[in-house]
Design a protein around this ligand. Structure first.
Ligand SMILES: N[C@@H](CCC(=O)N[C@@H](CS)C(=O)NCC(=O)O)C(=O)O
Length: 227
């Protein structure tokens, strides 16, 4: 039995996708972020960083969303969510999961918590604008990878795709949305048909319609405008 401490559409979303995908026996425990429960003494005993998510497996709490994802993949080696040791794609798995967490997610965190990155409130709009550019740079690299690949690692879905879907959802309000990138936009639309994404987003009340309704504007030659 797994216990996932979560809040809808937070960093718990990727682990939630994986637990659902592998058909694990799991319980969802809401951490009421609106009341700052993630900073409460009881929660800090599980997760001293005071962040969401935490996964408890056999009484052992683990924090950091990508670590939780890798752990779930290793506990369910036949799920196909992580290439086996010896598979050349394994290195790409590490590469993309780290890029997603350490670059795109890190930039999004500064974008959404800019006040934590300055002593001068007047600079907050500048931080947000700079972050919007950095997020667009990261999305562009991902878009290039998806130009010739159905999924991030090639032709097979992996945990990296679930992680990317979570971050793409967070990126929707950013100045250059993920839907401004053609290959990424078509990929996200395709992922909306994934049964785990549909089920988990229904549980967490996440609206898939921005991705589902993606339909690029075409010029007279049938070429996407802006490409
Ligand atoms: N690196 C952590 C970041 C987790 C994180 O920052 N979670 C956010 C929600 S998406 C959170 O707990 N925010 C509340 C806070 O910082 O007080 C991870 O990937 O698990």
């Amino acid at each position: 039995m797994f216990k996932l401490y979560y809040y809808p559409n937070n960093a718990s979303l990727a682990p939630h996708f994986l637990l659902h995908h592998v058909n694990a026996d799991y319980e969802l425990l809401l951490v009421d972020k609106k009341s700052n429960v993630q900073k409460s003494p009881d929660y800090l005993k599980l997760n001293p960083a005071g962040r969401i998510p935490t996964l408890v497996v056999d009484q052992q709490p683990i924090f950091e969303s990508p670590a939780i994802c890798m752990h779930i993949c290793e506990l369910f080696p036949d799920s196909g969510l992580m290439p086996h040791i010896g598979d050349p794609k394994r290195a790409l798995f590490y590469q993309w999961l780290t890029f997603l967490n350490n670059t795109l997610q890190a930039e999004l965190m500064v974008r959404y918590y800019p006040h934590r990155h300055t002593n001068d409130q007047a600079t907050i709009p500048n931080i947000v604008a700079a972050q919007d550019d950095r997020i667009a740079d990261a999305l562009s690299i991902i878009n290039d990878q998806l130009a010739y690949n159905q999924y991030l690692l090639g032709d097979q879905l992996s945990a990296c795709d679930y992680f990317l879907f979570m971050l793409a959802e967070w990126s929707l309000p950013i100045e250059t949305s993920p839907l401004a990138f053609e290959h990424l936009a078509f990929y996200l639309k395709r992922l909306c048909a994934n049964s785990t994404i549909r089920a988990v987003c229904a549980i967490e009340e996440i609206d898939l319609s921005p991705f589902e309704s993606y339909s690029p504007e075409l010029n007279k030659e049938g070429v996407i405008v802006g490409t």
